[in-house]
Ligand binder design. Structure first.
Ligand SMILES: [Zn+2]
Length: 339
């Protein structure tokens, strides 16, 4: 008799659990599916490889910059991403400069014509570009981060390698994790989303400039999200701090972020900075000039900026991952909501 009661109770419990579990599963939104894939081990894997001494500071136009690009292509293939152009994730371009080392490089056709008349240098560079086609491909949002850094300096005493963990392996991991999260939602976004890893930023925003100047559909680009350094603390008393920068008319980005921080319990302490002018500093410049709305995530200046000490052991990993989650949630809305 006792056994029967137990059996009956077990069956009743099982029946009660199944619909509850099913309901729970039903409730997982595409955003939640995406956010679950963003994590610290992935962040560490990308940043520790890109900022390793083996990559020698991934200077654009050099062998080590090229190796960094090969790594990004391998990661994109592994996650089943689609190249923006044809079969190839890489968008190659040549940057030109006059003969003297450290002279400025350009991708501007008029500038190149002038440079070509005298002894000059050519640096082969590559943007690495993927996309998710939207239901309405007439509207595009772009998310990007530069993957190049300053290389190495043989004459430097001591550590000669500019690892660029914060600048900007931190931003690259964000773009890669956000792309994987988009794929994990299982949903096609409303707008087309382009995921861009720019080359040549440190030499003068060359990759993003080349892209904007040559992309036939640039007029369809509504918004550009940029990452340049999201891995460090620049205020000891605010370890979860970062800046979100946007134009005054785009205060929707602030509203989204504040509600996402609550909804997803993100440990973040943002400052909001609005500006009418994004014509300096990073890869948002050519998009700003092309008329796109800008959302720029950054943790701000730090003492190891453009120094060989910009290393992995100084990264605030947990914050970097939380910023990546927040940015994914924002980009998901940029890709799907009317704004
Ligand atoms: Zn940078």
């Amino acid at each position: 008799m006792k056994k029967r009661v137990i059996l009956l109770l077990t069956i009743m419990a099982a029946i009660a659990i199944v619909p509850a579990e099913a309901k729970k599963r039903e409730k997982i939104t595409p955003e939640q599916k995406g956010i679950l894939t963003i994590n610290r081990p992935t962040a560490e894997a990308h940043v520790e490889f890109l900022a390793s001494d083996a990559l020698k500071g991934r200077e654009s136009g050099t062998e080590h910059g090229h190796i960094a690009g090969e790594y990004l292509i391998a990661v994109l293939k592994q996650m089943g991403a689609t190249p923006l152009f044809g079969k190839d994730f890489a968008q190659p371009f040549d940057a030109y400069s006059i003969e003297r080392k450290n002279a400025g490089f350009t991708v501007n056709p008029e500038g190149i014509e002038k440079i070509k008349k005298a002894p000059h240098r050519i640096a082969p560079m590559r943007n690495i570009l993927a996309k998710i086609e939207g239901k309405n491909p007439e509207e595009i949002v772009v998310v990007g981060a530069h993957y190049d850094h300053l290389g190495y300096d043989e004459m430097l005493v001591g550590d000669k390698i500019f690892n660029g963990a914060d600048d900007n392996a931190s931003g690259v991991q964000a773009v890669l994790q956000i792309l994987r999260a988009f794929l994990a939602t299982g949903e096609q976004p409303q707008r087309t989303v382009i995921f861009a890893l720019w080359d040549g930023e440190e030499r003068g925003l060359l990759g993003s400039t080349y892209f904007v100047n040559n992309f036939a559909e640039i007029k369809k680009v509504k918004a550009y999200m940029n990452f340049d350094m999201i891995g460090r603390n620049n205020m000891n008393h605010r370890p979860h701090h970062f800046n979100l920068m946007y134009m005054p008319e785009d205060s929707i980005y602030k509203q989204w972020l504040l509600s996402d921080i609550q909804k997803h319990s993100l440990r973040l302490d943002p400052d909001f900075k609005t500006s009418e002018d994004f014509s300096g500093g990073s890869d948002q410049v050519p998009f700003f000039k092309a008329g796109a709305s800008i959302a720029w995530y950054q943790t701000g200046g730090q003492p190891d900026f453009h120094m060989p000490t910009d290393e992995c052991d100084r990264i605030n990993w947990d914050k970097m991952v939380e910023i990546t989650k927040a940015a994914f949630l924002c980009l998901w809305k940029m890709a799907n909501n009317t704004f």
